[in-house]
Design a binder for this molecule. Structure first.
Ligand code: ZN
Length: 250
């Protein structure tokens, strides 16, 4: 895992700066995996993603869907997201689905643009991406130094960076299965956009502890946190509505 080595070397610096800046503007967010190893959550209508616009028209009988508010005339801001080549094709599909969902939610005010990270990226490249406001989605496993830190030992993923700049999302790939990857990436991209955790009753995607089946679409609470962080008008963004989701969060 050559990439892992490079990321590991970079990570030391990122973690340190993350800790240093934690009190100011740096996001330092961990998604614990408690529920991933526990018994399956009883769930009625299992929330399943679908971005329901454009090329992804909602199918009949689909219970969850996104709102469709008027978009601005032109995309206002693009965030580049470079995906580690260590992700399999199936994993990349889940990642791309999460990105499409956020792009629906962000409604053109911000747009994620997916790219593939160069093979065997050098630390200079990763630093350059970060400086230019881009993000890297890195696939690591439990042996990686980042995953072995005390506060990350139960985590499925970790995001280090600034919502005003760039950073890196570590996906700890051996701590959950493919079916949870979409939900995990949706959650971490929420952090990338500046959202924190919401453990209130209306907390859904951004609950601090992941529950299988409870994080596969972007609820209004998550969008509201992003709108606040990015100073965007909530009423012009989109979010997931349907059974089990509160439509009143504000
Ligand atoms: Zn989190």
């Amino acid at each position: 895992m050559r990439f892992g080595r490079w990321v590991g070397r970079l990570a030391v610096g990122l973690v340190l700066s993350g800790l240093v800046f934690m009190a100011t503007a740096m996001a330092f967010s961990v998604l614990p995996a408690n529920a991933a190893n526990g018994p399956a959550e009883p769930r009625g209508q299992a929330p399943r993603e679908q971005a329901s616009r454009g090329d992804e028209a909602p199918r009949s009988g689909q219970s969850l869907h996104y709102t469709d508010h008027a978009a601005p005339a032109a995309t206002r801001r693009v965030i580049s997201l470079y995906v580690d080549r260590d992700f399999s094709d199936a994993e990349r599909e889940r990642i791309a689905l999460a990105v499409r969902q956020w792009n629906v939610a962000l409604n053109g005010f911000i747009q994620f643009r997916l790219g593939l990270l160069a093979p065997n990226p050098q630390p200079q490249l990763l630093a350059q991406i970060r400086r230019s406001g881009g993000w890297v989605l890195a696939r690591i496993d439990s042996r990686h130094p980042v995953a072995r830190q005390a506060e990350v030992r139960q985590a499925m993923a970790m995001t280090i960076g600034s919502s005003a700049g760039g950073g890196i999302v570590y996906v700890i790939s051996d701590r959950f299965g493919l079916s949870d990857l979409n939900g995990v990436v949706l959650h971490e991209l929420g952090h990338v956009l500046g959202a924190g955790h919401d453990d209130s009753a209306s907390g859904h995607l951004m609950a601090s502890v992941y529950k299988a089946g409870n994080g596969h679409c972007i609820d209004q609470g998550a969008v509201a946190m992003v709108a606040n962080a990015q100073r965007l008008p909530l009423s012009r963004l989109n979010w997931c509505v349907g059974p089990g989701l509160q439509a009143n969060a504000r």
